[in-house]
Design a protein around this ligand. Structure first.
Ligand code: 6LW
Length: 523
């Protein structure tokens, strides 16, 4: 009884402490490759989605009560009929999604670039609850990328960016059928790549917010408004409303701010989620474009002002919604104890799920002839690198009695840029540990001069810092270093693509690996 009383008192204290925090938070609110955020509010619940490119399942879906702490509750596109990804590189697949709620239905609209239907890339899916199930795709005729929806006075408006401008039409929200001719409504303020359009209605105005400047350093957010949804749109004289090429952001660790979505919170405050990235070495970034949060106020002329001066920072000293508890991102996945992979684990393109099996022994990964240099679906399951400084490790054993096989951890930016750290079995009963770099057609490797008995569990560890990945392993209680590789060759600026680094478990060849656990820890 005393024990129960004490724990309920403690629980009250903890809950009270959590709810009383209403000042300050840290950006990014979702670190790692979670780009192109879109947010919607339903009552006092917030939902957020991101683009996912060549990864499966697609469009991670998060829930929050305070816009700061986000809990992944699923993936919107979780079956192949919604998400064909054949041949999708890190430049293709699922681009920026938008999430909206109207009259009991959730809508997620996005583009499948390279695997659309009959040349059409834009589609939406619907659900009656955010956890799904989400419908099969409903394809749309208007082209371009970054589609968005506005529900207004019984009509459904669809906006996207074909031909380097923002175009609008009305659609039937049940069938996707286009009801009015597409009309060009704005080109932005002259920056390259006008994209990411969202229309909001406020105080009798239609506000059209977009991104311009491209998704690199020159990225920015601009806005225009009109009394008529079809325009003419008048640009805010204070554009851009978010832009880190300003002198005041010169030494800001956050760069490339853009692609944003606005939301009015349940207490009447306004917020914006956007993407940005954190350069970590020679102005290059590896953790992808991430999700950031900023407060928004409206000036006397009725234009939004982002965080006072149009820039954001890591430590945001601003009033917030009552905050929920922060989640610890240090996590150990004990594969002997779980019966499904958590929502944050992703595969490349369309995986053959019979190559992956969870059992009380752990996660078994069956190798195939498809390796990590292939644009097919190698046996690979991964989480995002969310921190510049981190440690990740896995306990792996490999059974390759049938022939040659490799299995271990990959630090994977894309098909042409990855560092692989693995057990190598040539089928003769002994194995060795190898560190291999694969950078386009150039590859090289270092072997640990040690024979390991086939089937021995080996702990493989990757430690990331701004400039280096450090690789070491532990065998029979002894630690061995395999050395370091430079981070910059895996950066977005070097490798290209729209993604960030993922840290994954892989198997290739005629063998099956068993992974008992995987541990990821921000440092
Ligand atoms: C996305 C576009 C963009 O569709 O990059 O940064 C594209 N913004 O809006 C891919 O994420």
């Amino acid at each position: 009884m005393k024990h129960i009383l004490l724990s309920s008192v403690l629980a009250t204290v903890v809950l009270h402490a959590a709810a009383s925090v209403t000042q300050g938070y840290v950006n990014p609110v979702i670190p790692g490759f979670y780009p192109d955020p879109s947010v919607c509010r339903v009552g006092d619940d917030y939902y957020l989605v991101n683009s996912s490119f060549q990864y499966f399942p697609g469009v991670p879906l998060f829930h929050s009560k305070d816009l700061i702490h986000w809990d992944q509750i699923g993936n919107v596109l979780d079956r192949e009929s919604q998400l064909p990804l054949k041949g999708a590189s890190a430049w293709l697949g699922i681009y920026a999604p938008t999430i909206r709620y109207n009259d009991g239905t959730y809508y997620m609209i996005t583009t499948n670039v390279g695997n659309g239907d009959n040349g059409r890339g834009n589609f939406f899916v619907t659900a009656t609850g955010p956890a799904g199930p989400w419908s099969d795709p409903i394809w749309l005729d208007q082209g371009g990328i970054d589609p968005s929806l506005l529900f207004d006075e019984g009509k459904t408006y669809f906006v996207s960016n074909p031909d380097g401008a923002i175009w609008l039409c009305e659609i039937d929200a049940a069938t996707g059928r286009q009801l009015t001719e597409s009309r060009r409504i704005w080109e932005g303020t002259g920056g390259r790549h006008p994209e990411a359009p969202h229309i909001y209605k406020k105080d009798g105005w239609y506000y059209l917010m977009i991104a311009e400047g491209g998704t690199e350093m020159g990225h920015m957010v601009t806005i225009a408004r009109s009394r008529d949804i079809y325009g003419p749109y008048e640009a805010n004289p204070d554009n851009p409303i978010l832009y880190h090429q300003r002198k005041i952001a010169q030494s800001n660790p956050i760069q490339g701010t853009g692609h944003a979505d606005l939301v009015e919170a349940h207490d009447g405050s306004w917020w914006l989620v956007c993407l940005a990235f954190r350069p970590q070495t020679n102005n290059m970034h590896l953790t992808g474009r991430e999700t950031y949060l900023a407060p928004v106020t409206w000036n006397a002329q009725g234009w939004p002002v982002v965080n006072g001066d149009g820039t954001i920072s890591v430590n945001m000293d601003v009033a917030t919604l009552p905050q929920s508890d922060a989640m610890d991102r240090s996590v150990t996945y004990d594969f002997t104890q779980i019966d499904r992979m958590p929502f944050n684990w992703v595969y490349l393109r369309n995986p053959d799920m019979s190559n992956y099996r969870l059992s009380p022994d752990g996660l078994s990964l069956r190798g195939t002839s498809v390796d990590l240099n292939s644009i097919g679906s190698p046996t690979y399951v991964a989480v995002r690198q969310q921190d510049i400084d981190f440690t990740a490790s896995a306990v792996v054993s490999l059974d390759a009695s049938a022939g040659n096989a490799e299995a271990g951890i990959s630090v994977y930016m894309d098909v042409a840029s990855h560092y692989d750290f693995f057990l190598d079995d040539s089928g003769d009963g002994s194995q060795c540990v190898v560190l291999r770099y694969q950078l386009n057609s150039i590859s090289g490797e270092r072997k640990l001069p040690l024979d390991i008995k086939s089937g021995t569990p080996v702990s493989l560890t990757v430690k990331g810092t701004a400039d280096r990945y450090d690789f070491s392993c532990e065998i029979d209680g002894m630690t061995h270093s395999l050395g370091q590789l430079d981070t910059r060759y895996l950066s977005t600026e070097t490798a290209g693509g729209f993604t960030g680094v993922t840290i994954g478990l892989f198997a290739v060849g005629d063998g099956t690996a068993l992974v008992r656990s995987f541990n990821y820890k921000p440092e």
